[in-house]
Design a binder for this molecule. Structure first.
Ligand code: SF4
Length: 102
């Protein structure tokens, strides 16, 4: 997730290392099928897990986060409404692979 300078400290310092740090933030907030093209930037991102955790934990509705589209995240959240902290699940390789492969 492309972040503004004000979001680069503290809990979201990981965003400075995101593969999208130099892209136009608007390119990650596109509608519908265009999100599948937009999320390609996430494929080589070193902070993909951190980004997806942020989005899922905070129920971020819009934009590409952690290599997932809005619809993909909604689907995952519907499958696991009991989860309030996603990091342990995303760190577990089987769950992480399933989540990120969507
Ligand atoms: S996972 Fe994608 S949206 Fe998140 S920081 Fe990395 S490149 Fe940006």
């Amino acid at each position: 997730m492309a972040m503004s300078a004000t979001m680069s400290s503290g809990a979201m310092a990981w965003a400075e290392r995101g593969a999208c740090r130099d892209v136009d933030p608007d390119s990650l907030f596109v509608p519908g099928a265009a999100q599948h093209r937009a999320k390609r930037v996430c494929a080589s991102c070193p902070v993909r897990t951190e980004c997806l955790t942020e989005a899922l934990d905070n129920r971020m509705e819009f934009g590409i986060w952690g290599g997932m589209t809005e619809r993909e995240r909604r689907s995952l959240l519907r499958q696991r409404p009991d989860v309030v902290s996603w990091r342990p699940l995303l760190d577990a390789s089987a769950v992480r692979t399933a989540a990120l492969a969507r």
